[in-house]
Structures are given as structure tokens and as C-alpha cells.
Design a binder for this molecule. Structure first.
Ligand SMILES: Cc1cc2nc3c(=O)[nH]c(=O)nc-3n(C[C@H](O)[C@H](O)[C@H](O)COP(=O)(O)O)c2cc1C
Length: 205
């Protein structure tokens, strides 16, 4: 059966996808970013818990940017609707083995809880058409981990999503994001989330 959309339905759908262009990152702003952001204790709506099986992105994160990212499937994103801003977030993530027998085996180091940065957005630099959540886990995975399960706790927000005049400028900001995230996560009220029950499987702290 073919369902024909009314003009009003089509207009409402278009409005949902309409968004103002992301501001362009300026070199001066990149050079003067704070090294730590946010409150000393996570505040509402954090922590936000996400989980899903790792999807293949476009693969540009690793190749172009030296920053491989794991994409979470659309079904795992509803918890992020409690934040209204696209942009860069930080927290912890853990990759756990799937039993599909297809995915590359993980080492014991791979399955620990690691700091992460997450880009939630439209990736204006690459002109993506779909909202994505891409997590860069700060650990040297020797092999890809597509198909395995990922659990993540998002604890804070770093900055809005920006557009870039060059790949180098985007890389510079991503490298700063990683340093900022590590500084933010060493605060005791954040660090304790490494032992959260979603990672340990044990009852809450
Ligand atoms: C910490 C971090 C910050 C990012 N910030 C931006 C950004 O501000 N603007 C943007 O267009 N893309 C940003 N990206 C997204 C990259 O463009 C994205 O990882 C890239 O599209 C690679 O995706 P792919 O591996 O699916 O190809 C960011 C990625 C990470 C990991």
C-alpha cells in the first residue's frame, strides 16, 4: 500500500530536519580553550547511560583524523534526548564481547573501562545527513571492534559542534577535546563512575 503524505506532514518533517549552519571554528578560539570544563560534580541530566552494538561509520575518523570512532545504532540514542545540544561530550565507555562469533576477539585490556569523548551531531565538516553518536574510546585497540557491545556513561558537555575550514583544524580541536575530557574525568565525583554497576555488573556504588 502506498501512503501519500499530506503537504502539512511533509512540511513538518522538513522542519524537524532544518537546522542553522554550525558556526565555523576560529584559530584564536582553538588556541585559547579551557583545559577543564563543567561543575566538580556531574549535574542533571548526567549521567546518561547508552548501550548498543558497535556500528561501522564511514571510517573517516580513523583514516582522516587519526581518531577512530565507534558509532552507536539509532535505537540506542533516545537517552540523549535529555540533552538539547549537539556537540562533544565526555565520560567512560567499555567494550564487551558479543557472542556472534564473527567479531574480532578483544584483549583483556580492550574490555576495561576507558575514558571517552563522544561527538553527537551532524558532522558539518563532512556534511552528514543523519544525527550520529560517535564515541572515541581513549585506548589503543589494535583491531576494530565492530559488532561488539558498547556501554557508555556520558557525564558532561565540552563544546558545541563546529564547522571547520580544514581537516587540520578539526584534528586540533579533537586533540584538545581528549585532553579536556581526561582532566574533567580525574575529578573524584566523575572518576567514581568507572565503577558504576553498568560496567561491573555489581549492585550500585
Ligand atoms: C571528539 C570529537 C569531536 C568532533 N567534533 C566535530 C565537530 O565539531 N564538527 C564536525 O563536523 N565533526 C566533528 N567530529 C566528527 C568527525 O567529523 C567524525 O568523527 C568523522 O565524521 C568520522 O566519522 P566516520 O568514522 O563515521 O567517517 C568530532 C569527532 C570526535 C571524536
Amino acid at each position: 500500500m502506498t501512503v501519500t503524505k499530506t503537504h502539512a506532514e511533509t512540511a513538518a518533517e522538513a522542519a524537524l530536519h532544518e537546522r542553522p549552519p554550525a558556526p565555523v571554528s576560529k584559530s584564536d578560539a582553538r588556541a585559547h580553550r579551557p583545559s577543564i570544563v563543567g561543575p566538580d560534580i556531574p549535574e542533571e541530566p548526567f549521567p546518561i547511560i547508552l548501550s548498543g552494538s558497535v556500528q561501522r561509520g564511514f571510517g573517516r575518523g580513523g583514516k582522516d583524523l587519526g581518531c577512530p570512532t565507534a558509532n552507536l545504532p539509532d535505537e540506542s540514542l533516545p537517552p540523549m534526548s535529555s540533552v538539547t545540544q549537539t556537540g562533544v561530550y565526555y565520560g567512560f565507555a567499555q567494550v564487551t564481547p558479543s557472542n556472534d562469533g564473527q567479531s574480532t576477539p578483544l584483549t583483556s585490556q580492550d574490555t576495561l573501562v576507558h575514558p571517552m569523548v563522544m561527538s553527537l551531531g551532524w558532522n558539518p565538516f563532512y556534511k552528514n545527513k543523519q544525527l550520529t553518536a560517535e564515541i572515541h574510546v581513549m585506548h589503543d585497540f589494535r583491531k576494530d571492534f565492530y559488532g561488539h557491545e558498547m556501554k557508555a556513561i556520558v557525564l558532561g558537555y565540552i563544546r558545541p559542534e563546529l564547522d571547520y575550514v580544514s581537516r587540520e583544524a578539526l584534528i586540533e580541536d579533537i586533540e584538545t577535546d581528549k585532553r579536556v575530557a581526561l582532566n574533567c574525568l580525574t575529578r573524584p565525583a566523575y572518576e567514581k563512575f568507572k565503577q558504576h554497576t553498568i560496567f561491573t555488573g555489581h549492585p550500585k556504588l
